[in-house]
Design a protein around this ligand. Sequence first.
Ligand code: NAD
Ligand code: AKB
Length: 297
Amino acid sequence: MAKDKILVIGASGQIGVELTMALRKIYGNANVIASDLREQNPLLQGTGPYVSLDVMNKEMLHVQVIRQNITQIYLLAAILSATGEKNPNLAWNLNMTGLLNVLDIAREEKLHKVYWPSSIAVFGPTSPRQNCPQQTIIEPTTVYGISKYAGEFWCNYYHQRFGVDVRSIRYPGLISYKSAPGGGTTDYSVEIFHEAMEEKKYECFLQEDTYLPMMYMPDAIRGTIELMEAPASKISVRHSYNLSGMSFSPKEIAAAIQKHIPDFTISYKPDYRQHIGHKALMIPWPVTIGVGNRSMI
Ligand code: NAD
Ligand code: AKB
């Protein structure tokens, strides 16, 4: 079989940069094409091909897939929870149309595999608070969570109806230091480290006791690649797999930082993102979403 050629859509974002670099190590630089609406992230410069691409433009996307002999797509372009609540129509439109464009092209061009991430944002206030199982009550109340849950059903539908090999993980909030997060409620957990290093203080947009599920980026990248490398016969969930990391509050992470930077201080000024958290987004209480280890299959 010819070597796989991968298109990463949304490669300039928080996950895209690290996932593109990890895929290039496995598949070779030339076989992993980074693409995004915005310019290439400087960390990717000189490491492989880049194309400017709008996932909403299905025709152009289709042309690129054919022209570049693409066999796999990783779709990372999306509007995240906080930005989504500011502009629900935009979030719904991008998150749904982008996914459907990719799934249609995957079906038409018989792509080998598609990856599309869901999120813990699918869970709402009625989901179990501890060790949330794979199959449970899921009633999201943010536009982002609703779009992710609907997307999970589209993935399952395209697999069942058209045989598209689409795979997905419900990521927790991801903590990384290489590329900045883009408009999520869990972003504070990245910002706090930068502010601690640069300013020795941080004003948090969530209350001190807001517990959210989180994961370190390398673990998420590893989980993603292991899922995508697994034989299709081993994939039993075609909606989206739970993947657990840890849960902590701003108060706890601040205390951990103070062990290394004793004069670091944190203050709290909850804004609309607290409302997202408390309304439903990601469960403002101690919780571990997921199966408890990385063996998802
Ligand atoms: P991000 O906002 O950092 O990156 C998304 C990228 O998509 C950006 O570079 C943006 O320019 C690009 N993009 C936006 N619209 C586009 C369009 N029309 N065409 C092409 N590119 C476009 O997001 P991220 O944190 O890297 O998230 C990637 C995916 O993972 C999303 O689906 C997100 O919902 C999901 N996810 C992320 C997290 C997290 O904590 N980062 C957690 C759960 C799920
Ligand atoms: C967000 O906060 O919106 C994302 C997510 C957990 O999906 N980081």
